[in-house]
Ligand binder design. Sequence first.
Ligand SMILES: [Zn+2]
Length: 167
Amino acid sequence: MQELQYLQGYPNDITAQVQHLIEKGKLPALLLQKYPSPHEIRTDKALYEYVTAIKNSSIQKSQPLSKVLYDAKIKMHYQALGVHKIISRVQGNKLKSKNEIRISSAFRNAPEPLLRMIVVHELAHIKEREHNKAFYKLCKHIEPQYHQLEFDMRLYLTQLDIFGPLY
Ligand SMILES: [Zn+2]
């Protein structure tokens, strides 16, 4: 039995169901039924615009993002899905900080709702550094389906691991 590394922390009955789907070879069909096609946000420029639009509609009063990009070097594991960095540097006598968001390139060819979930997660870190209650409350405020999408995103990563690309 394979260990479902992306689904650690979910209840056993849930992971048993996923295990069953995998053994029957039904995970790809299930995901394709729910998410028939990938998004078309292929370039870093398109990603920057996409993320900025979500940010402007959800997190007011924060400075523009300095950089948004797909990063092939982000290793996917249970904890790390994307990277949000606040780079602070002294400029003259002022401390300037820059907001940078890197999204794993595993999401370059993913369904749009799953990319959105990752983006919401990273944007929420602008306000909340830690994965605490306030953080998840903010995620849910920006995207009401956040928790369902996170589960689906983890199914999607499981798919990539075991069956390969979905599209
Ligand atoms: Zn995080």
